[in-house]
Design a protein around this ligand. Structure first.
Ligand code: FAD
Ligand code: GLY
Length: 378
């Protein structure tokens, strides 16, 4: 596979958590895999994320497909982490303390109650908390927190450690990774194996997987009906340094921001949701709003050192669910559109895509995520 005329194995465009996890699962089964990555693996959305594995806290009305997929992925998470940590030798800071959604006013409380009833309808194991009960769990919460919902199923990882672990596990399993190797053109022709042009060379494989996150619809050469309908949804975020590891134990979600405490002492505060194309500015206004939102819920964050600010691009699809599976062109697959849930959906995506590629397995849930559900101009 790779440069030249050999058309075995699988070529993956994009080395984010999605491309690397699919590559790792394929390589573990003996498939020759090559990932072509335009920058450094894992440094785009996959590093910008907060690492929350949100089941209850990402529930949205009428987004049942997305919930089903997250539930499926969470069933896989503990074993996935176990396998990844032992295969890579890296810890990914998998934490199962849970999350608390809080309200700060009467109208927030009505909204929280409404969502809580929906979470109960979906049989999620959530628990209503008074303000005092929330403060017993997290003493740094503000005195005027009105109510909370405890979400014990919402776990987290340190996504930057996840990226490093996936890269190491993938390479140890025999995968090839070419960084700073941008795919400039995709060439698909009936009757011949897929090819791409990257770094001035032609790369050919039996199968090609497009996992280029927010850039998936932009690579030249793809006919318009094959280009996934994804757009970049900008998220700005920041990290504070906590004074001690138990400053906050749970992830906290307020109506304005979320906070995710990591075991290395970072408190990740996020995030904006902006339709700004690929604009990479980190703005004073966004950082001000994030800090203000965090401070309202946890006043003592005022004293914490500001460690880092950043932004990233969530690959958003039209229905906010990923676009996964085969296309109508033999050997050409798509795995993108993970929007706000790419970290939680990494295990299920890697499983579905690797089993589709190697075993032609298409469980019902995967069929529902097929690229064919969107047709450009349709
Ligand atoms: P990416 O990580 O963006 O990877 C795509 C890769 O493709 C990039 O490395 C890019 O360089 C490469 N590429 C692009 N074009 C080419 C080309 N032509 N040739 C070669 N390579 C190319 N999800 C959660 O589950 N939990 C969270 O808490 C969470 N928080 C988030 C917070 C923020 C602020 C943001 C921005 C996102 C968050 N997400 C979260 C979403 C999650 O980060 C994404 O869904 C996920 O990282 C998408 O992974 P990916 O591999 O598809 O994309
Ligand atoms: N899932 C958190 C975010 O996208 O900001």
């Amino acid at each position: 596979m790779g440069r030249g005329a050999n058309d075995q194995g699988t070529l993956i465009i994009g080395g984010g958590v999605i491309g690397m996890s699919i590559g790792w699962r394929l390589a573990q089964r003996g498939e020759p895999v090559t990932i072509l990555e335009k920058g450094q693996a894992g440094q785009e959305a996959s590093s910008a994320a907060a690492g929350m594995l949100s089941i209850a806290n990402e529930v949205k009305f009428q987004e049942d497909l997305s919930l089903l997929l997250r539930l499926e992925s969470m069933k896989l998470y503990p074993d996935f982490v176990g396998d990844l940590e032992s295969s890579s030798g890296h810890d990914v800071d998998y934490r199962t303390d849970g999350a608390i959604a809080i309200s700060l006013h009467a109208d927030d409380t009505a909204e929280l109650r409404n969502l809580y009833e929906y979470q109960l309808e979906k049989k999620l194991p959530v628990r209503w908390l008074s303000g005092n009960e929330a403060r017993e769990l997290e003493p740094v919460l503000a005195g005027f927190v009105v109510a909370g919902v405890m979400c014990p199923m919402d776990h987290q990882v340190d996504n930057r450690k996840l990226v490093e672990a996936l890269k190491a596990a993938y390479l140890r399993a025999g995968g090839e990774l070419h960084e700073h190797c941008e795919v400039e053109e995709v060439r698909l022709q009936t009757g011949s194996s897929p090819e791409v042009l990257a770094a001035g060379e032609v790369w050919r494989a039996k199968r090609l997987v497009l996992a280029a996150g927010s850039w998936s619809g932009l690579i030249p050469g793809l006919q318009s009906w094959l280009r996934p309908l994804v757009r970049p949804v900008k998220g700005q975020a920041l990290a504070l340094t906590m004074p001690s590891a138990d400053f906050l134990t749970h992830m906290i979600k307020t109506p304005d921001v979320y906070m995710a405490p990591k075991s290395d002492g970072r408190l990740v505060v996020g995030a904006t949701v902006e339709e700004m194309g690929f604009n990479r500015d980190v703005t004073a206004g966004a950082i001000y709003e994030l800090l203000r939102g965090a401070w309202r819920a946890v006043p003592s964050v005022y004293e914490l050192p500001l460690q880092e600010t950043w932004c990233g691009f969530r690959p958003g699809s039209r229905d906010n669910a990923p676009i996964l599976g085969k296309t109508d062109v033999e050997g050409f697959y798509v795995a993108t559109g993970h929007f706000r849930n790419g970290i939680i959906n990494t295990p299920v995506t890697a499983k579905f895509m690797s089993e589709l590629i190697l075993d032609d397995s298409t469980p019902e849930l995967l069929q529902r995520l097929s690229p064919s559900r969107f047709v450009r101009g349709g």
